[in-house]
Ligand binder design. Structure first.
Ligand SMILES: Cc1cc2nc3c(=O)[nH]c(=O)nc-3n(C[C@H](O)[C@H](O)[C@H](O)COP(=O)(O)OP(=O)(O)OC[C@H]3O[C@@H](n4cnc5c(N)ncnc54)[C@H](O)[C@@H]3O)c2cc1C
Length: 394
């Protein structure tokens, strides 16, 4: 039977990074993946350019049942550490938004860095390999795979979340956790577009492709970013961000004019330019196609401001600051960037990522109940958790 010090299941972001760290420590490391290619999600991420970290990757940008769990790992391997690594590999990258780093050319360049690190550290990667059974005795684990049995001292589960099954996502990591008696917290698709009620979807169909800078609020959390109308519902950064905090049935407030106090603004325009039509004023603030749609609900938009009452201005203000999109769900794992929830961190060491009750069993990355905001935070979690476990696997 083949024998390794460390076997890592999952050749994604956290698994590859952990492999390199353990390899550099002289461990004999094997990474296995059932997919035919390593790092498929990395290649697809950030619109093909991978938003690989965020300089502001602090614990406040992560959701978990235990908000303290991520602190130690994020501190021990920071976004600056990762930037230093990609600098050493001469990666060309750009800071698209403050602190948000993307590959300048292609996510392939970032994946190549991880593969090079694995190669330099002597770690082996085997693709098209699936695990049928895992058994454990006092000293080691035995994995029965489609390519024979493999023995290891440390088993690292880096199988990621459930999003985008066509990229290799599976619930295998959760199954392993359950096999060894760990609890798995409820999971749901997140960083995901929100769908809307059929009648509303029909009404908004002419807006597909229109983007509006909004403020989305749910359960006391707000994001001021662009929202995109799609043929299925609403998407764009503001919606993906709020999907971490919103669930069907919760209130979702969409303010389409977050930068001004619309009622005050409209009253001022009525005073300064009484002949101006409200429609014209709205077109200076919002996309034309959206204003066209508003005319279905407000027949008086083409009237001069001077003819509009305070009540009418208040009504328009309410409509725009509490735009009722009638959300009814999300697009689910098919398009979600992450899985919120996962393996309960209470049973995992935040220092080593080893399971408290099963010696030699480690969990890293998205399979754990740690979910970052949109903006490079999820990859930083993969690097930080992979790095931490990589220091301790035997
Ligand atoms: C479309 C998209 C865009 C994204 N963009 C960004 C971004 O720009 N920035 C950011 O920070 N995050 C982004 N994310 C999230 C980020 O990709 C993940 O959080 C990150 O990849 C998680 O790393 P991981 O190692 O835990 O899991 P993954 O990278 O998903 O790796 C898991 C690996 O395990 C393998 N695997 C699964 N089941 C099995 C099994 N049964 N047997 C063997 N192998 C198995 C999979 O094939 C996969 O290779 C994006 C996600 C998606 C889907």
């Amino acid at each position: 039977m083949e024998s390794f010090d460390v076997v890592i299941i999952g050749a994604g972001a956290s698994g590859l990074f952990c492999a390199a760290q353990a390899g550099y420590r002289g461990r004999k490391v094997l990474v296995i993946d059932h997919a035919n290619k390593a790092g498929k999600k990395i290649l697809m991420s950030g619109g093909g350019r991978c938003n690989f970290t965020n300089l502001d990757a602090a614990p406040k940008h992560y959701l978990s049942n235990n908000p303290y769990f991520c602190i130690s790992a994020l501190k021990r391997y920071t976004s600056s550490d990762f930037v230093e690594l990609v600098d050493r590999h001469a990666l060309d990258y750009v800071e698209k938004a403050p602190g948000q780093f993307f590959c300048e050319h292609s996510a392939k360049d970032l994946l190549q860095i991880l593969l090079t690190e694995c190669e330099w550290s002597g770690s082996e990667i085997r693709l098209n390999t699936s695990v049928q059974q895992i058994t454990k005795n006092e000293e080691s684990f035995t994995l029965l795979t489609n390519a024979g049995s493999i023995k290891c001292n440390s088993l690292v589960v880096a199988t990621g979340g459930l999003s985008i099954p066509t990229l290799g996502a599976s619930g295998f990591g959760y199954q392993i956790a359950e096999q060894f008696g760990l609890s798995v917290l409820p999971r749901r698709a997140s960083l995901v577009p929100i769908t809307i009620q059929p009648a509303m979807k029909e009404k908004l169909s002419t807006l597909s492709g229109v983007s509006v800078d909004i403020e989305a609020t749910a359960n006391g959390v707000s994001f001021k970013e662009p929202m995109l109308f799609t043929h299925r519902g609403i998407s764009g950064p503001a919606i993906l961000q709020i999907s971490n905090f919103w669930q069907p049935g919760d209130d979702l407030q969409l303010n389409l004019l977050p930068e001004i106090d619309p009622e005050l603004h409209f009253k001022q325009v009525r005073q300064d330019r009484p002949k101006r039509a409200l429609e014209t004023e709205l077109t200076s603030l919002l996309p034309k196609r959206f204003v066209e749609l508003m005319k279905q609900d407000f027949s008086w938009l083409s009237k001069p401001m001077a003819e509009l009452s305070n009540d009418q201005l208040a009504e328009i203000t309410q409509y725009l600051t509490h735009f009722d999109v009638q959300p009814n769900g999300t697009e689910g794992y098919r398009t979600a960037e992450v899985t919120l929830g996962g393996i309960d961190t209470d049973q995992v060491s935040s220092k080593t990522f080893e399971c408290n009750t099963v010696k030699g069993l480690y969990f890293i990355g998205e399979v754990l109940d740690i979910t970052g905001w949109l903006g490079g935070y999820n990859f930083q979690w993969a690097w930080s958790s992979g790095y931490a476990a990589g220091q301790y696997v035997q």
